[in-house]
Design a protein around this ligand. Structure first.
Ligand code: PNS
Length: 164
Protein backbone atom coordinates (compact mmCIF):
# COMPACT_ATOMS: atom_id res chain seq x y z
CA UNK A 1 0.00 0.00 0.00
CA UNK A 2 1.67 3.20 -1.23
CA UNK A 3 0.53 6.44 0.39
CA UNK A 4 1.44 9.93 -0.77
CA UNK A 5 0.86 13.38 0.64
CA UNK A 6 -0.01 16.13 -1.82
CA UNK A 7 0.57 19.28 0.25
CA UNK A 8 -0.28 22.85 -0.64
CA UNK A 9 -2.18 25.99 0.15
CA UNK A 10 -5.04 25.16 -2.28
CA UNK A 11 -6.35 28.71 -1.93
CA UNK A 12 -8.24 27.84 -4.09
CA UNK A 13 -7.71 24.47 -5.80
CA UNK A 14 -7.13 24.86 -9.55
CA UNK A 15 -7.51 22.50 -12.50
CA UNK A 16 -3.72 22.21 -12.41
CA UNK A 17 -3.92 20.68 -8.92
CA UNK A 18 -6.70 18.32 -10.01
CA UNK A 19 -4.65 17.15 -12.97
CA UNK A 20 -1.72 16.31 -10.66
CA UNK A 21 -4.07 14.41 -8.34
CA UNK A 22 -5.59 12.46 -11.23
CA UNK A 23 -2.21 11.45 -12.63
CA UNK A 24 -0.72 10.88 -9.16
CA UNK A 25 -3.48 8.36 -8.58
CA UNK A 26 -1.83 6.09 -11.13
CA UNK A 27 1.26 5.93 -8.94
CA UNK A 28 -0.18 5.60 -5.43
CA UNK A 29 -2.90 3.65 -3.66
CA UNK A 30 -3.83 6.63 -1.54
CA UNK A 31 -3.22 10.37 -1.79
CA UNK A 32 -3.82 12.65 1.15
CA UNK A 33 -4.47 16.17 -0.07
CA UNK A 34 -3.05 18.16 2.81
CA UNK A 35 -3.97 21.82 3.22
CA UNK A 36 -1.32 23.90 4.94
CA UNK A 37 -2.69 25.95 7.85
CA UNK A 38 -0.53 29.04 7.66
CA UNK A 39 -0.58 30.94 10.99
CA UNK A 40 0.50 34.30 9.60
CA UNK A 41 -0.90 34.42 6.07
CA UNK A 42 -4.37 35.76 5.35
CA UNK A 43 -5.92 33.31 2.87
CA UNK A 44 -8.91 34.06 0.63
CA UNK A 45 -10.68 30.88 1.74
CA UNK A 46 -10.59 29.54 5.29
CA UNK A 47 -9.17 26.08 5.84
CA UNK A 48 -12.70 24.74 6.28
CA UNK A 49 -13.83 26.35 3.04
CA UNK A 50 -10.81 24.96 1.18
CA UNK A 51 -11.53 21.53 2.61
CA UNK A 52 -15.20 21.78 1.56
CA UNK A 53 -14.24 22.91 -1.94
CA UNK A 54 -11.78 20.04 -2.34
CA UNK A 55 -14.32 17.52 -1.15
CA UNK A 56 -16.82 18.98 -3.61
CA UNK A 57 -14.53 18.82 -6.64
CA UNK A 58 -12.60 15.59 -6.07
CA UNK A 59 -15.52 13.42 -7.25
CA UNK A 60 -15.22 15.24 -10.61
CA UNK A 61 -11.89 13.50 -11.22
CA UNK A 62 -12.78 10.95 -13.86
CA UNK A 63 -10.20 8.21 -13.56
CA UNK A 64 -9.68 7.70 -9.86
CA UNK A 65 -7.60 4.63 -9.37
CA UNK A 66 -6.72 5.44 -5.77
CA UNK A 67 -8.27 6.55 -2.50
CA UNK A 68 -8.32 10.31 -1.92
CA UNK A 69 -8.50 11.97 1.47
CA UNK A 70 -8.54 15.67 2.36
CA UNK A 71 -6.78 16.80 5.53
CA UNK A 72 -5.04 19.86 6.91
CA UNK A 73 -1.77 20.25 8.77
CA UNK A 74 0.22 22.82 10.71
CA UNK A 75 3.96 23.09 11.10
CA UNK A 76 6.54 20.93 9.39
CA UNK A 77 5.32 19.01 6.38
CA UNK A 78 7.83 16.21 6.85
CA UNK A 79 6.66 15.64 10.43
CA UNK A 80 3.09 15.40 9.20
CA UNK A 81 4.16 13.00 6.43
CA UNK A 82 5.84 10.72 8.99
CA UNK A 83 2.75 10.83 11.24
CA UNK A 84 0.62 9.80 8.28
CA UNK A 85 3.06 6.98 7.45
CA UNK A 86 3.43 8.33 3.94
CA UNK A 87 5.90 6.91 1.46
CA UNK A 88 6.14 10.05 -0.62
CA UNK A 89 5.33 13.70 -1.03
CA UNK A 90 3.93 14.70 -4.43
CA UNK A 91 4.56 18.12 -5.94
CA UNK A 92 3.67 19.56 -9.31
CA UNK A 93 6.27 21.52 -11.26
CA UNK A 94 5.24 24.08 -13.84
CA UNK A 95 8.23 26.04 -15.03
CA UNK A 96 11.93 26.17 -14.29
CA UNK A 97 11.12 28.93 -11.81
CA UNK A 98 9.38 26.37 -9.57
CA UNK A 99 12.41 24.14 -9.63
CA UNK A 100 14.79 26.01 -7.35
CA UNK A 101 12.36 26.36 -4.47
CA UNK A 102 11.14 22.80 -4.86
CA UNK A 103 14.70 21.48 -4.91
CA UNK A 104 15.52 23.33 -1.69
CA UNK A 105 12.42 22.01 0.04
CA UNK A 106 13.04 18.49 -1.18
CA UNK A 107 16.62 18.43 0.04
CA UNK A 108 15.66 19.92 3.38
CA UNK A 109 12.82 17.43 3.78
CA UNK A 110 15.12 14.57 2.78
CA UNK A 111 17.65 15.68 5.38
CA UNK A 112 14.95 15.55 8.05
CA UNK A 113 13.58 12.19 6.91
CA UNK A 114 15.42 10.28 4.16
CA UNK A 115 12.80 7.53 4.01
CA UNK A 116 10.22 9.84 2.46
CA UNK A 117 10.76 10.53 -1.23
CA UNK A 118 9.49 13.61 -3.03
CA UNK A 119 7.95 12.78 -6.40
CA UNK A 120 7.62 15.55 -8.99
CA UNK A 121 5.06 15.59 -11.71
CA UNK A 122 5.15 18.02 -14.60
CA UNK A 123 2.03 20.14 -14.78
CA UNK A 124 -0.17 19.63 -17.82
CA UNK A 125 0.77 22.07 -20.59
CA UNK A 126 -2.70 23.58 -20.49
CA UNK A 127 -2.21 24.60 -16.85
CA UNK A 128 1.51 25.27 -16.83
CA UNK A 129 0.98 28.98 -16.13
CA UNK A 130 -1.89 28.58 -13.67
CA UNK A 131 -1.42 29.34 -9.99
CA UNK A 132 -3.90 30.01 -7.19
CA UNK A 133 -2.29 33.41 -6.71
CA UNK A 134 -2.78 34.48 -10.34
CA UNK A 135 -6.29 33.07 -10.46
CA UNK A 136 -7.25 35.27 -7.48
CA UNK A 137 -5.53 38.35 -8.88
CA UNK A 138 -7.04 38.03 -12.36
CA UNK A 139 -10.50 37.34 -10.98
CA UNK A 140 -10.29 40.24 -8.54
CA UNK A 141 -9.37 42.59 -11.38
CA UNK A 142 -12.28 41.46 -13.56
CA UNK A 143 -10.54 38.89 -15.79
CA UNK A 144 -11.81 35.44 -16.70
CA UNK A 145 -10.71 32.26 -14.94
CA UNK A 146 -13.06 29.96 -16.84
CA UNK A 147 -11.48 26.60 -17.54
CA UNK A 148 -8.67 27.21 -15.07
CA UNK A 149 -10.61 26.22 -11.96
CA UNK A 150 -13.60 23.91 -11.50
CA UNK A 151 -16.97 25.70 -12.01
CA UNK A 152 -17.79 25.39 -8.31
CA UNK A 153 -14.61 27.29 -7.44
CA UNK A 154 -15.63 30.05 -9.85
CA UNK A 155 -18.98 30.20 -8.08
CA UNK A 156 -17.31 30.40 -4.66
CA UNK A 157 -14.99 33.14 -5.92
CA UNK A 158 -17.99 35.10 -7.17
CA UNK A 159 -19.60 34.86 -3.73
CA UNK A 160 -16.39 35.69 -1.91
CA UNK A 161 -15.59 38.79 -3.94
CA UNK A 162 -19.25 39.92 -3.85
CA UNK A 163 -19.15 39.82 -0.04
CA UNK A 164 -15.81 41.61 -0.10
O1 PNS B 1 0.85 25.36 -2.44
P1 PNS B 1 2.17 25.84 -1.92
O2 PNS B 1 1.98 27.15 -1.19
O3 PNS B 1 3.21 25.91 -3.01
O4 PNS B 1 2.69 24.75 -0.85
C1 PNS B 1 3.88 24.95 -0.14
C2 PNS B 1 4.06 23.89 0.97
C3 PNS B 1 2.81 23.72 1.79
C4 PNS B 1 4.41 22.55 0.34
C5 PNS B 1 5.25 24.36 1.86
O5 PNS B 1 5.08 25.70 2.20
C6 PNS B 1 5.39 23.55 3.15
O6 PNS B 1 5.78 22.41 3.11
N1 PNS B 1 5.04 24.17 4.29
C7 PNS B 1 5.05 23.54 5.58
C8 PNS B 1 6.17 24.06 6.47
C9 PNS B 1 7.45 23.32 6.21
O7 PNS B 1 7.53 22.11 6.28
N2 PNS B 1 8.51 24.08 5.89
C10 PNS B 1 9.80 23.57 5.59
C11 PNS B 1 9.89 23.15 4.13
S1 PNS B 1 11.43 22.39 3.77
Amino acid sequence: MRRAIYPGSFDPVTNGHLDIIERGCKLFDEIIIAILVHPDKQPLFTVNERREILEEVLPEIKSRDCALRVDSFQGLLIKYAVEQQADAIVRGIRAISDYEYELQMTLMNRRQEPRIETVFMMAAEAYSYVSSRLVKEVYDLGGTIEGLVPPSVEERMREKFRKG
